[in-house]
Design a binder for this molecule. Structure first.
Ligand SMILES: NC(=O)c1ccc[n+]([C@@H]2O[C@H](COP(=O)([O-])OP(=O)(O)OC[C@H]3O[C@@H](n4cnc5c(N)ncnc54)[C@H](OP(=O)(O)O)[C@@H]3O)[C@@H](O)[C@H]2O)c1
Length: 231
């Protein structure tokens, strides 16, 4: 049975990924900042013994290390770096006005934390089967697709794309495939109610894409519909 570790698992796309993987019989290590407040995720875990809930603050090295210690040397087949933030308010991350502290926090969560989590669980992935290190990025991070808003968010996602891409060759030697995935424009707290697709549809598409990934695909940037995304 595959084991999947997912960050940002308490709501939105992360929660639906947990639901989808668990429904297909996989074991899910569902991680979030505040398990005691994650009522939907706790409800899922209460009704499905394949879901275990853990606390992690992905931008805090000690917290990630503590989670790694708790998990120990269990093999992990799929790591999904999903936790992410939009960054400073829309008007405060542009040419006219940039919240630099907010930009730094956005980088810590969207760019640096995925590498930190990957480092922490690299050995677990290396002992997994058809191991995949997946990061939920965004079309807004694509260098070849200029959407001239949200400088902090776009740059943080563009940077994580680059980080994962340059980590891929070394990880390939460990048998770990690297994938960046764009989940669509999704109706979550981040995407808002006017977004194009539901979190259920996004997660179903992502699970299908992730299930189809092999080492030969690495590194790749895919949409939730399975098409190649421009880098
Ligand atoms: N929604 C979209 O249209 C869209 C489009 C492209 C990419 N994405 C990406 O998809 C991923 C999931 O987003 P979503 O749409 O599901 O948004 P969401 O419902 O707002 O969920 C975001 C998740 O990230 C966690 N998170 C936020 N800030 C964090 C921080 N500072 N430290 C640790 N965890 C933090 C949240 O935990 P808390 O509840 O504790 O805050 C939550 O679990 C993100 O990486 C996002 O960038 C979303």
């Amino acid at each position: 049975m595959e084991t999947i570790l997912i960050t940002g698992a308490n709501k939105g796309i992360g929660l639906e990924l947990v639901r989808g993987f668990a429904a297909s019989g996989r074991h899910v290590i569902a991680c979030c900042r505040a398990p005691s407040e994650a009522s939907d995720l706790q409800g899922l875990a209460a009704s499905n013994d394949k879901v275990e809930v853990h606390e992690v603050h992905v931008s805090d090295g000690a917290s990630v290390a503590a989670l790694a210690q708790t998990i120990g040397d269990r093999p992990i087949d799929i790591l999904i770096n999903n936790a992410g933030m939009a960054g400073p308010g829309f008007q405060h991350q542009g040419l006219a006005d940039m919240d630099y502290d907010g930009w730094a926090e956005t980088f810590a969560v969207n760019t640096m934390a995925p590498l930190r989590v990957l480092q922490a669980f690299r050995a677990n992935l290396a002992s997994g089967t058809n191991a995949r290190a997946v990061t939920v990025t965004s079309q807004m991070g694509a260098i070849g697709l200029d959407i001239p808003v949200m400088f902090a968010y776009c740059s943080s996602k563009g940077a994580v794309n680059k980080v994962m891409r340059i980590a891929a060759p070394e990880l390939k030697a460990d048998g770990i495939a690297v994938a960046l995935v764009h989940p669509g424009f999704v109706q979550t707290d981040m995407g808002g109610p006017g977004a194009e697709i539901t979190s259920e549809a996004s997660a179903a598409g992502l699970i299908s894409v992730i299930d189809g990934l092999t080492l030969e695909d690495s590194p790749c940037f895919k949409t939730w519909e399975g098409t190649d995304h421009v880098w």
